[in-house]
Design a binder for this molecule. Structure first.
Ligand code: ADP
Ligand code: ASP
Ligand code: MG
Length: 470
C-alpha cells in the first residue's frame, strides 16, 4: 500500500518521539508499504516564530532574538542524541541556522517597516517545518531508512489566501507526482514539510494553524495514497477534548461527516479542512498515537457505524462572537435577508453558524471574535438607513460565546436526544443563546456563553454516557 503519514509537533518534538518515528516508518517499510511522511515543526516552534513576527511589528526585536536561541537549542539537543557529534548533524544544524538567519532578517525588516503583512507572516510561520524536515530526513537515513527532504512549496499549489490558503487540485497532483515518484522509485522516504504551500508564482502560503494534517490529506489525494495516517499525541479522536474532560475515551470509528463536523467545530486533533481531500477520493484516514503505536486509534471512512450511541462526541469552539440583526423590519423589508447575507459575505469573515428566529425578527451569525468588528461594520454600513428609520433595532455583537457541537450519525433516528440535551443544560441553568442543526444531519450546534463552556461540555459528556468506554 501507499501510505502518507503525518507526524505532528509533539511527534517530532523530542528525542523519544523522533525515535518512535524511526520505529514506525521502519515497521511499515518492512511490511512492504510505500511510505511518505509529512512533518510539523517541533512543538512550540510555530508559536515562537509567529509571536516574534508580531512583536517585531511593534518594535520589539528582542523576542525574535530569544526565539532564535530557543529554536536553535531545540534542534541542537534533539540531533545530538540521535545523530551524535557527526558531519550529518553539522549539516542539519547548518541548514537550521540558514533558516534562523532568514527569520531574524525578516523580523528586522518588519520592525524597520513597522508593518507585518499576511504574506510575510506566512513566510515566517512556515520556517519551523522547513527546519524540521532536514532533521527528520537525516535521522531516518542515519538509522538505515533512506529518506529525502522535500519542501511542499514544490508540491502544494494554492490560491493567495495567506494564512488559510486553499489548494488547487490539478496543479498539486501534477507537481506532487512529478516530484515524489522518483524518490519513491528510488526506495526512499520523502519527508515533506507540513503546513506550507506556494501560489502559482511561487510565493509561500500556509494552510492555517494545525495545517499539517491538511497537507497530509492533500498529498494523499494528489498521489493516490491508499491510506493517510495522522500520528499525534493521543490515541485517536476522543469523545471530547481530553484537556477539558480527562474521562474522555478514544472513538474507534467515525465517518467523514462526523469528523468533518467535529474538526470544523474545534476538535483540535484534526485541522478543520483536512478530511475533505480524503473524502473526495474515499481514502481511509487513521488517527494514531506516536507514543502508543499499537493502539488502534480512530479509523475514519465514508460509512458511519453504529456504536450504540446516538451522540458520539462533543466539541466546543471558543472565542466566538454572535452578531445579531434584529427588529420588525426583518419581516417587512423585501430583500433584507439577502442584503444581510451579502454584507456578511463581503466582509470575508468565516461564518461558523447562522441562525434565524422563527418569527423572522432576527438573524444571527457566529464568527471568530477577531473578525467580529469587520462583520459588524459591514452590516451597519449596509443597514444604516433601516436602523435610522427604526425599521431595524440594531446590529449587535454579543460578547464571548462558544459553539458547542454534539455529533453522531445515529442522532437522527434516536428520539429524545434534544430533550436530553436541552433538559440537562436547563437544569444546570446554562442559557442557550442560539441553535442550529448543522450542515449535515449528524450535528446539533448551540451557542452558549464562553464562561459556561467547560461546564456544559463536562455535563453533556456524562449525560450522554461518553465517560464509559465504547
Ligand atoms: P499535533 O501536534 O500532533 O497535530 P495537536 O495538538 O494539533 O497535535 O492535536 C492533538 C490534541 O488535540 C490532543 O493532544 C488533544 O489535547 C486535542 N484535542 C482536542 N479535542 C480532541 C478530541 N476530541 N480528540 C482528541 N484530541 C483532542
Ligand atoms: N506547525 C503548524 C502549527 O503549529 C502546523 C501544524 O502543526 O500542523 O500550526
Ligand atoms: Mg495539529
Amino acid at each position: 500500500m501507499r501510505i502518507v503519514m503525518k507526524f505532528g509537533g509533539t511527534s517530532v518534538g523530542s528525542v523519544a518521539a523522533l525515535q518512535k518515528i524511526v520505529e514506525i516508518v521502519q515497521r511499515y517499510k518492512t511490511d512492504g508499504h510505500e511510505v511518505l511522511i509529512v512533518v510539523s515543526a517541533m512543538s512550540g516552534v510555530t508559536n515562537l516564530l509567529l509571536d516574534s513576527a508580531r512583536k517585531a511589528e511593534q518594535g520589539d526585536e528582542e523576542t525574535a532574538h530569544q526565539a532564535r536561541q530557543t529554536i536553535a537549542e531545540k534542534h541542537a539537543s534533539a540531533t545530538l542524541e540521535l545523530l551524535g557529534d557527526t558531519p550529518v548533524r553539522d549539516e542539519v544544524l547548518a541548514q537550521v541556522n540558514v533558516l534562523l538567519n532568514e527569520f531574524e532578517a525578516l523580523c528586522h525588516g518588519i520592525r524597520v517597516l513597522g508593518e507585518l503583512t499576511p504574506r510575510a507572516l506566512d513566510v515566517i510561520g512556515g520556517l519551523g517545518e522547513r527546519m524540521s524536515v532536514p532533521q527528520v530526513a537525516a535521522i531516518l537515513s542515519h538509522y538505515d531508512t533512506p529518506a529525502q527532504g522535500v519542501n511542499a512549496t514544490r508540491l502544494i499549489v494554492t490560491d493567495r489566501r495567506f494564512g488559510a490558503a486553499v489548494p488547487l487540485i490539478e496543479e498539486t497532483a501534477t507537481h506532487s507526482q512529478t516530484a515524489l515518484q522518483p524518490i519513491l522509485t528510488a526506495g526512499q522516504v520523502p519527508v515533506i514539510t507540513g503546513f506550507i504551500g506556494a501560489t502559482q508564482d511561487g510565493i509561500q502560503t500556509t494552510l492555517g494553524r494545525g495545517g499539517s494534517d491538511y497537507s497530509a490529506t492533500i498529498i494523499g489525494r494528489a498521489i493516490k495514497a491508499d491510506e493517510v495516517l495522522i500520528w499525534t499525541d493521543v490515541s485517536g479522536v476522543m469523545t471530547t477534548d481530553p484537556r477539558i474532560v480527562p474521562e474522555a475515551h478514544p472513538i474507534s470509528h467515525l465517518s467523514y461527516s462526523e469528523i468533518g463536523e467535529l474538526s470544523f467545530f474545534g476538535a483540535k486533533v484534526l485541522h478543520s479542512q483536512a478530511i475533505r481531500p480524503a473524502r473526495r477520493e474515499n481514502i481511509p484516514v487513521r488517527i494514531l498515537n506516536t507514543f502508543e503505536p499499537d493502539h488502534l486509534g480512530t479509523l475514519i471512512t465514508a460509512k458511519a457505524s453504529d456504536n450504540g450511541r446516538a451522540v458520539k462526541a462533543i466539541t466546543a469552539i471558543k472565542d466566538m462572537n454572535l452578531i445579531a440583526v434584529q427588529g420588525p423590519g426583518m419581516v417587512g423589508i423585501p430583500g433584507i435577508a439577502g442584503r444581510v447575507f451579502t454584507a456578511v459575505g463581503q466582509s470575508q469573515a468565516s461564518v461558523l453558524m447562522i441562525s434565524q428566529a422563527s418569527s423572522e425578527q432576527s438573524i444571527c451569525f457566529v464568527v471568530p471574535k477577531n473578525q467580529a468588528p469587520q462583520v459588524t461594520e459591514a452590516l451597519k454600513e449596509e443597514l444604516s438607513r433601516e436602523v435610522e428609520r427604526r425599521d431595524l433595532e440594531h446590529v449587535q455583537s454579543h460578547g464571548e460565546v462558544v459553539v458547542l457541537a454534539v455529533v453522531g450519525s445515529q442522532m437522527q433516528g434516536t428520539p429524545g436526544v434534544s430533550g436530553t440535551l436541552f433538559g440537562a443544560l436547563g437544569q444546570a441553568k446554562i442559557n442557550v443563546i442560539a441553535i442550529a442543526q448543522g450542515s449535515s444531519e449528524c450535528n446539533i450546534s448551540l451557542v452558549i456563553r464562553q464562561t459556561d463552556a467547560d461546564r456544559a461540555v463536562k455535563l453533556l459528556h456524562k449525560e450522554f454516557g461518553l465517560d464509559q468506554p465504547e
